[in-house]
Write a protein that binds this ligand. Structure first.
Ligand code: NAD
Length: 350
């Protein structure tokens, strides 16, 4: 297949691009490249990269494309809260516009990187499947809901949207993120020899490894249209209570680097506590995320092992810190809003 990956320079996207190539697919990436070209450097000779903003979609991006995996946009609550309007334009409006462009170009398969955080506002204690009445909390989840609804409304014979609600992702990527719960624990264990357990860590979260997330996207791309058209799938390896997660990370990192303490800390302002079922993906498409936390933590420890761990504090590993820095850095050079807002000066066409 010829696959367009929006956000292909990101944490999940840069893993997905490699796995698509490994499977013999041709890849075009559209990305604003907030984290630069480095995550794609190694595969650059084998892919096409369009350095552009998804809010400025052009018909030529979709020429010759068989399917799209749409991942670009703001990818967590803090960045969406930092600029809710930009988040809405990227995550909600641009997703609908890109789907419309796919329809015009005859690109039928549209795999969307949504989020299990849509279940966040539902009552605690249950494990929710894809039929649950979702309850988004905050600009990020609201924008994902709008995008999902726009896509599902378009499902028809000639258009096959597939929604993948991904749990919080962990594991090694060429574009590393350390602002995701497991990855943050690994970084804290390595750099400070201790983990902070906020509010006792009684809350649960659905989690999935980054390679499994990418493989779920490829499975959704390759599946027969009738099996996936207009379907929503949770992409989750398992639900983990944060205190259990902390103990697993402390043990894994401890084995390689000496003991890791687990310290109690006050409850965070925003408590996120939800659990999701993962049966539908397996029952429908025969794919179940299998790479558990321990395996991925060991891989992260090995990947960071030889490096000066002080480097793990660099803002580029934390989406909010990085986008705030970029915004400040461009403030004197470009028109206001260059980094996150659309408009004159926000176009990147090189
Ligand atoms: N990482 C997770 O735990 C997780 C969980 C659930 C859902 N998701 C979703 O999966 C997708 C990918 O997440 P990620 O962790 O790889 O995020 P990321 O922030 O690492 O990557 C996003 C990519 O999109 C690009 N981008 C951002 N805004 C853009 C724009 N306006 N135009 C063009 N490119 C733009 C960035 O440059 C970056 O390369 C996101 O949609 C996110 O909401 C992620």
């Amino acid at each position: 297949m010829r696959v367009l990956v929006t956000g292909g320079g990101g944490y999940i996207g840069s893993v997905l691009v490699r796995r698509l190539l490994d499977k013999g697919h041709a890849v075009r990436v559209v990305d604003r490249l907030y984290w630069g070209m480095a995550p794609l450097a190694e595969v650059l000779p084998r892919i096409e990269v369009v350095h552009a903003d998804i809010r400025d979609a052009r018909d030529e991006w979709f020429t010759g494309i068989d399917g799209i995996v749409h991942l670009a946009g703001l990818s967590n609550d803090p960045t969406a809260n930092f600029d809710p309007e930009a988040n809405w334009q990227m995550n909600a409006v641009a997703t609908a516009e890109i789907a419309a462009a796919c329809l015009r170009a005859g690109v039928q398969r549209f795999v969307f990187g949504s989020s299990c955080s849509l279940y966040d506002g539902l009552p605690d204690g249950a494990t929710y499947d894809e039929d649950a009445p979702i309850a988004p909390r905050g600009p990020y989840a609201e924008s994902k809901r709008y995008a999902e609804e726009s896509l599902l409304q378009m499902a028809a014979d000639g258009f096959c949207p597939v929604i993948l609600r991904q749990g919080t992702v962990y594991g090694v990527s060429p574009r590393m993120r350390l602002d995701l719960v497991v990855n943050t624990f690994v970084k804290d264990a390595l750099t400070q020899g201790r983990l902070l357990l906020h509010g006792g860590g009684w809350m649960s979260r659905p989690l999935v490894d980054v390679q499994d997330a990418a493989d779920a996207q490829i499975t959704a791309l390759e599946a027969p249209a009738d099996a996936v058209r207009g379907q929503i799938f949770n992409v989750v390896q398992d639900n983990y209570q944060i205190r259990d997660l902390a103990m697993q990370v402390a043990e894994s990192v401890g084995q390689a680097h000496g003991s890791v303490a687990i310290n109690m800390a006050p409850e965070p302002a925003l408590v996120r506590n939800y659990r999701c079922a993962n049966d539908k993906l397996y029952d429908t498409l025969g794919f179940r995320p299998a790479r558990g936390v321990t395996q991925s933590v060991d891989e992260m420890v090995a990947a960071f092992g030889g490096m000066d761990t002080a480097r793990l504090a660099h803002p580029r590993y934390y989406n909010l810190d990085w986008l705030v820095l970029l915004t400040e850095a461009h403030a004197g050079l470009r028109p206001f809003g260059y980094v996150l807002r659309r408009g004159e000066g926000a176009r990147v066409s090189e």
